[in-house]
Ligand binder design. Structure first.
Ligand code: NAD
Length: 293
């Protein structure tokens, strides 16, 4: 079986009928597993939090990994843990995703080492929590570079490889704020909205090559990023950290924070064979916080 080409899987076919059974039967093939074994998955911003959990979840599915982040030591520790625990190949490199030349080098090195790139997860930290009047033009530029331009860099570098193999998954990570802007996250609210336009555009343009492009919007997730947001909130409001979390939980129908692994599961699903007919979408993993239809 050629993993780079899911269409190559052979199944017994029923006799031809007046509707195109062959085509439908290919689609209905009972693939219950994720189809990620031996795929090559690139996860950016993977030294901690949601990115780290995502790397571990893909490895558990048997995928080989290319990991990058700025914290080289944490990344190398994770790479070693994954090799030992799951027996898959892991390439890791220190990359600032805001540096497009660095992103290009990382993608090319991944392609050279593994011979293909099947899934690309674009993740990074979030911009600082600020009200509009507190922001500077430098912070707007940085937010654009970190949370929109970096995704363009990855897309530019990986899509030609995916196009050639006629299969690929691009999964961007943004935030619940792309659907429900938060008052003190004006940088995130604004810049990340652009990612949705990009995801839609790429899904349309690259669908004919068997490439899906989707976005995951995490809600309140138990990571360092949320601790950072809590610290900022307590500074500005004088409320305690406990009050902050109590307030948040009231707003979450499921009544608790997400674990990073729960967000990772949605990312892995979108990167798998199982989500083959889903593209151009934003999937919120927010415990029901977003109240819109
Ligand atoms: P986190 O801060 O815990 O982890 C971010 C990861 O990105 C780290 O591995 C970090 O090293 C890496 N990173 C940051 N800047 C980078 C750069 N310039 N180049 C390369 N790597 C870089 O964040 P998290 O909670 O795991 O969140 C992941 C994403 O989801 C972030 O964009 C965050 O804003 C968003 N998000 C998080 C929450 C939450 O509650 N945790 C909610 C909504 C959205």
């Amino acid at each position: 079986m050629n993993l780079a080409n899911p269409a190559s899987r052979s199944v017994a076919r029923p006799p031809a009928a007046f509707f195109p059974v062959e085509e439908i039967f290919d689609i209905l093939e009972p693939v219950m597993e994720s189809g990620l074994k031996d795929r090559v998955v690139l996860v950016a911003g993977s030294s901690q939090g949601i990115g780290r959990a995502t790397a571990l979840r893909f490895a558990a599915e048997g995928a080989h990994l290319a990991l990058c982040a700025r914290n080289e030591e944490a990344l190398q520790d994770l790479a070693e843990q994954i090799r030992q625990q799951f027996g898959v190949q892991v390439y890791s490199a220190k990359v600032d995703v805001a540096d497009d030349a660095g992103v290009r080098r990382f993608v090319e090195e991944t392609q050279q080492r593994f011979g293909h790139i099947d899934v690309c997860v674009t993740n990074a930290g979030g911009p600082p929590a600020k009200l509009f009047a507190e922001t500077t033009m430098e912070e707007w530029d940085q937010a654009y570079r970190l949370n929109l331009r970096s995704i363009v860099s990855f897309a530019q570098a990986v899509l030609p490889h995916m196009q050639r193999q006629k299969w690929g998954r691009l999964v961007t990570i943004t935030s619940l704020t792309v659907k429900q802007p938060a008052p003190n996250l004006v940088l995130s609210n604004s810049v990340r909205a652009g990612v949705l336009g990009l995801v839609r555009s790429l899904a349309t343009q690259f669908g004919p090559y068997g490439i899906t492009v989707n976005n995951v919007g995490p809600g309140y997730t138990a990571t360092d990023r949320l601790k950072e947001l809590a610290a900022r909130h307590t500074q500005s409001s004088g409320a305690s950290v406990d009050d902050y979390f109590a307030q948040i939980k009231k707003d979450i129908p499921l009544g608790r924070l997400a674990q990073p692994e729960e967000v990772a599961d949605a990312i892995v699903w979108l990167g798998s064979e199982r989500a083959a007919y889903v593209t151009g979408q934003t999937l919120l993993v927010d415990g029901g916080v977003y109240r819109g239809l």
